[in-house]
Design a protein around this ligand. Structure first.
Ligand SMILES: *Cc1c(COP(=O)(O)O)cnc(C)c1O
Length: 427
């Protein structure tokens, strides 16, 4: 079925017990075993089923099936946040001494995790230019365990050539892990371009209404984890009665060895599980994802065109604008839709940027993206204020840069608000 249909139907069917058409929320901690044999089989992974809601929950399961279907993957695993999903995606295959090669233009929280937290565990991350697939290749060594990048970066608005980076990864026997939060499957199904593991912050456009925090890891189900590079997948797992994940699973589960390990080792024992209520919120939000993304993108496109013509604006970054550095990737990697974010440089530097934000009435000034409502922020004085001027320049943060996460309100009201704020910044 097509994406629009999967958004509404994948993972759910009318509840067999109550006939409820909408998906129930299963607020339960644990599940009754049929027999001692049933219990033993569940714990031994000889049979899959519910044990305890830190590991799985039926509402979470429906959400996981829905997102996996949307991404075209074999299975999904929900987490308490996008951040936790990224941590476990790497933690599942890396131990002290291992290395990752990552794009440098990451979401701030991910950059801090990679740059400041991972070294505490003996993991080293090499940061490279996301626009240069050869740079990924050059940074790979014997200790590299994965490549990592975002599909559409923020606030730089770079679009990564996923197919080229995946080719580099696979040429070295490595998986490509992508953060696809800014594209969602409506703009890009990263697995079609070679991604092996796709991570999403459900918090943003997938949930779509700014009402909860959650994350998802989807396993394409086709990476071969056998071999020396991945001892956690190949050596007997002392935390799971000696199971070798890449070798000992029954045939039907073997393709999702990575995801099964993630559920039964890091999720089970580190505890970053999603709540059933949030799983429900995200499954509901996904029902309208294609409609919302279409509106987010057409509104963003019009905002970008308006700003491009405005005399107070130095430059606009929007991948859907002809002439934009990412425009040549718009058709292939953004489904020709341009994306939901617009960034621009207002004349007058930091003071003008702040005055613009103060002048907005419809846009909310906050640190989030992917809400149905329009959002704005001035990165130099907020999200990136802890960086020194050189680091800010390296991350593409200029003093007058404004980031707009364009919502699904009527375009006339959005443009009127921007117009008002630009006038306020000019006075
Ligand atoms: C927000 C975000 C994250 C982190 O997700 P949370 O759900 O807030 O933990 C990761 N990557 C990107 C690209 C994001 O926008």
């Amino acid at each position: 079925m097509k994406l629009e249909t999967l958004c509404l139907h994948a993972g759910t069917s009318p509840d067999p017990t109550t006939k409820s058409r909408a998906m129930p929320i299963h607020r339960t901690t644990a599940y009754v075993f049929d027999s001692t044999e049933h219990a033993a089989n569940l714990f031994g992974l000889r049979e899959l089923g519910n044990i305890y809601s830190r590991i799985m929950n039926p509402t979470q399961d429906a959400l996981e099936q829905r997102v996996a279907a949307l991404e075209g993957g074999a299975a999904g695993l929900a987490h308490s946040s996008g951040t936790a999903a990224i941590f476990n995606a790497i933690n599942n295959i890396c131990r002290a001494g291992d290395e990752i090669v990552s794009a440098g233009n990451l979401y701030g929280g991910t950059f801090t995790m990679f740059n400041d937290i991972f070294p505490q565990f003996g993991l080293k991350v090499h940061f490279v230019d996301a626009n240069d697939p050869d740079a990924f290749a050059a940074a790979i060594n014997d200790n590299t365990r994965a490549l990592f990048c975002e599909t559409l970066s923020n606030p730089a608005c770079d679009v990564t050539d996923i197919e080229a980076v995946a080719a580099v990864a696979h040429g070295h026997g490595l998986p490509l892990i992508v953060d696809a939060t800014f594209t969602t499957p409506v703009l890009q199904r990263s697995i079609d371009f070679g991604a092996d593991i796709v991570v999403n912050s459900l918090t943003k456009w997938m949930g779509g209404h700014g009402t909860g925090i959650g994350g998802m890891v989807v396993d394409a189900g086709r990476f071969d984890w056998r071999g020396d590079k991945f001892p956690l997948m190949n050596e007997p797992d002392s935390s799971y009665h000696g199971l070798r994940w890449a070798h000992d699973l029954p045939e039907e589960l073997a393709p999702i060895a990575y995801l099964l390990r993630m559920r039964t080792v890091p999720l089970r024992n580190l505890g970053a599980c999603i709540s059933p209520d949030n799983a429900w919120i995200f499954a509901q939000g996904l029902e309208t994802l294609p409609l919302r993304m279409e509106r987010h993108c057409t509104n963003a496109h019009q905002v970008a065109r308006y700003l491009q013509e405005h005399e107070q604006v130095d430059w606009v970054r929007y991948p859907g604008l002809p002439g934009d550095p990412a425009f040549d990737k718009n058709d292939k990697y953004l489904n020709g839709m341009g994306g939901p974010m617009v960034v621009f440089e207002i004349q007058g530097g930091q003071a003008a940027g702040q005055a613009f934000i103060e002048g907005l009435e419809l846009f909310s000034h906050l640190a989030n993206v992917g809400d149905a409502k329009s959002l704005a922020i001035h990165p130099a004085t907020t999200t990136h204020s802890q960086l020194n001027p050189e680091q800010q320049a390296g991350a593409g943060i200029t003093p007058g840069l404004v980031r707009l996460a364009v919502g699904i309100e009527h375009i006339d009201d959005i443009v009127a608000d921007i117009d008002r704020a630009l006038a306020a910044a000019n006075s």
